[in-house]
Design a binder for this molecule. Sequence first.
Ligand SMILES: C[S@@+](CC[C@H](N)C(=O)[O-])C[C@H]1O[C@@H](n2cnc3c(N)ncnc32)[C@H](O)[C@@H]1O
Length: 239
Amino acid sequence: MASGADRSVAPPEQAQALFGAALPRMERYAEVLAAAGVERGLIGPREVPRLWERHLMNCAVVEELIPEGATVVDIGSGAGLPGVVLALVRPDLSVTLLEPLLRRTVFLRECIDLLELDNVEVRRARAEEVRSQVRADIVTARAVAPLTRLAGWALPLLGKGGSLLALKGEQAEAELEEARGDLSAQRPCVADVIRVGRGKVEPATTVVRVTVTSEGDHSHASRSRRSAGGGRRKRGRKR
Ligand SMILES: C[S@@+](CC[C@H](N)C(=O)[O-])C[C@H]1O[C@@H](n2cnc3c(N)ncnc32)[C@H](O)[C@@H]1O
């Protein structure tokens, strides 16, 4: 990937502890975001000085909520946040970056090649188009849609026990309370607001977690379904 002008985005001290062995590749990703990401309009130039604290580190701490070996779909990945960051810090995950815009998927594929990420696939589609094809243990999303609409896209992709992790701002509690009735009407679920990364990022990252509590009816999805990571199937299950 041509990274354009040389923009150095030095990581803050806390990044070493947070990223460990993943830090060199995270630095490369930061450079690409600051150069090609800005030039192609995927990241605002004003975000560059706060790339680490507000974007990379803020997204990375969400990994605390993701079980070992999970399949993850990141809805509306944009320039790869949080999906690319999670894939870098958690090589055990299988991550699908779901993004409808061509130039963004081109950028994401270039990032994956450059960073040599073998646990990521990019899928060009809108979330509402893949409900019969994609399943995941975890769905992530940041800055994509209000909670009710997001849940409408995410919950059909999840099995019982699967969670939507929506990265939200300070109004998360209010947004959840307003959406609670709509969420339960869509699918039996429990929802809470969690702050992750205390002591690692300041402020801590606010996540609305919506966990599905029943298998529900996925009969429309059964035949053509495949897992986000490429093939996890549950056999013999009646729906
Ligand atoms: C504001 S950007 C956020 C990008 C990234 N998640 C971040 O935090 O920087 C919203 C992204 O959601 C994508 N998007 C919008 N509607 C979508 C849909 N129905 N399904 C999947 N992605 C969608 C857009 O193309 C865009 O890349």
